[in-house]
Design a binder for this molecule. Structure first.
Ligand code: HEC
Length: 182
């Protein structure tokens, strides 16, 4: 594992627990410009209380274009499937993958990676993109998720990604501490 030692756990939890509350639901697009339904616009308001998303095997699924059923269906049966545009996948409140429109980024299978600040006032995007975005341990999201190419970049426990230095108990604690939830 390449990144585990770069931040201490107290610092991680400190930075993570800064959160507070707020709302935000999937807000697909700027209707002023009347974009086609497949355009995925992502702002802080695209993200919300993580436990209001749909749970699948310990991670959470949403869809910014309203096609939640399709996103959940793929999550529940990833075998050979690709998530539809607008899909949001999260493990903890501070990190997200969003499936952008087809052709957005072939190298990342059209996923965009986000590092987020969640507070009681809502969500702020700290960093986004393939090269820039790292997790709380300094590890680049895409570099670590890339081995899971055959699973549409979802790592889970056995898709070839290096392990994270925290596990299910900490994931659950971070979800429970999401300040955007009522
Ligand atoms: C050192 C490797 C590593 C880095 C860096 C990393 N991840 Fe992950 N990620 C994992 C592993 C391993 C899991 C599966 C954890 C589990 O379910 O036990 C995971 C799970 C996830 C999940 C849940 C779906 C899935 O793939 O299982 C999302 C969403 C996610 N990571 C997003 C991100 C984002 C966004 C970043 C950067 C801000 C990031 N990850 C950085 C290894 C990494």
């Amino acid at each position: 594992m390449r990144t585990a030692s770069t931040l201490s756990r107290p610092l991680l939890l400190g930075s993570i627990l800064i959160a507070a509350c707020g709302t935000g639901s999937g807000s697909p697009a700027d209707t002023d410009t009347d974009p086609p339904a497949t355009t995925v616009e992502v702002t802080g308001d695209s993200f919300r209380c993580i436990s209001d998303m749909t749970p699948v095997r310990g991670f959470w699924v949403d869809n910014l274009l309203g096609d939640l059923d399709a996103s959940v269906a793929v999550a529940e049966n990833l075998e050979g499937n690709t998530f539809p545009p607008g899909t949001v996948v999260q493990l903890v409140p501070q990190e997200a993958m969003v499936k952008r429109e087809a052709g957005f980024s072939p190298e990342t299978q059209d996923w965009e990676f986000f590092f987020l600040l969640a507070t009681d006032e809502g969500t702020t995007i700290q960093t986004r993109g393939k090269d820039e975005t790292v997790n709380a341990f300094g590890g680049n999201c895409f570099d670590c998720h890339a081995p899971a190419a055959d699973h549409d970049l979802l790592c889970e426990q056995d898709h070839g990604c290096a392990p994270l230095p925290i596990g299910p108990e900490q994931f659950e604690a971070l979800v429970a501490a999401d300040p955007r939830c009522d």
